[in-house]
Write a protein that binds this ligand. Structure first.
Ligand SMILES: Nc1ncnc2c1ncn2[C@@H]1O[C@H](COP(=O)(O)OP(=O)(O)O)[C@@H](O)[C@H]1O
Ligand SMILES: Cc1cn([C@H]2C[C@H](O)[C@@H](COP(=O)(O)O)O2)c(=O)[nH]c1=O
Length: 214
């Protein structure tokens, strides 16, 4: 049975790499995909991984009907065997419904990849709809780690190095880069707003240095 699968995790846990691997293995067996993405760091119409691989993709702008796109390709004689969607958190909820329709009405597997929650620990609308509709939600096996060594479960946003919990939901960016950056943290340190930089600064603070006599 074809499935809608949501591969989910924090930033930097290997989602795009897995998306590229799935596409590579299937195309090696002659299967053809439509790859959708939205706002990839590498630019419009790209699906890129931090391991350096990149492939062409269809930019899923909010107006694009994903079901209609696939139907049109099939009706023009194109071959479509399965669908890959990266940065699925950025899709509008109607597009997630369209993905479910692709599975149910066109009998195609849909593999969607995305982060579940934003820097405020709130669900992205696209991810919420995926959790509601997916046949399976899979957590990636290569866990991203917090600076403390625990499994990273949350995404933090930093502005000028400071962790923030207010702002626009969508700001495209990378981990540890630019004015606006991101860092993955465990829940404990997300709650305490303690990034690796804050933790380093605290460790160096005279307040926590051992008091020596003499
Ligand atoms: N230099 C490197 N050597 C080995 N693995 C790396 C290197 N740089 C990045 N990675 C791997 O790539 C992962 C990020 O891959 P990516 O697919 O871009 O993540 P995501 O799409 O989840 O943000 C990291 O968790 C790490 O496992
Ligand atoms: C937490 C968070 C992230 N984003 C953006 C930043 C990146 O462009 C993508 C995630 O990409 P990745 O391949 O999973 O690393 O999402 C955002 O816009 N808002 C957020 O709160």
């Amino acid at each position: 049975m074809p499935e809608l699968v949501f591969f989910s995790g924090t930033m930097d846990c290997g989602k795009s790499t897995l998306a590229l691997q799935i596409a590579h293995n299937r195309s090696a067996r002659g299967l053809q995909s439509v790859i959708f993405t939205r706002d990839d760091r590498a630019g419009e119409g790209k699906l890129s991984s931090r391991l350096g691989l990149v492939t062409e993709a269809v930019e899923a702008t909010p107006e694009l009907d994903l079901y209609g796109f696939v139907v049109e390709r099939l009706s023009r004689g194109g071959k479509v065997d399965y669908i890959v969607v990266d940065e699925a958190q950025f899709l509008v909820t109607e597009q997630i419904d369209q993905l479910a329709r692709i599975v149910d009405d066109l009998d195609l597997d849909v593999f969607a990849f995305g982060i579940t929650t934003d820097f405020r620990t709130r669900l992205f609308p696209g991810s919420q709809r995926l959790i509601e509709l997916a046949d399976r939600v899979e957590t990636l096996q290569v866990e991203a780690m917090c600076w403390c060594g625990a499994r990273a479960t949350h995404n933090a946003r930093t502005v000028g190095g400071e962790m923030v919990v207010e702002g626009e939901q969508v700001v495209v960016g990378d981990v540890g880069a630019g004015i606006v950056g991101y860092e993955v943290l465990c829940r404990r340190h997300h709650r305490k707003r303690m990034t690796s930089a804050t933790a380093r600064a605290a460790a160096l603070s005279p307040d926590v240095l051992p008091v020596t006599s003499g």
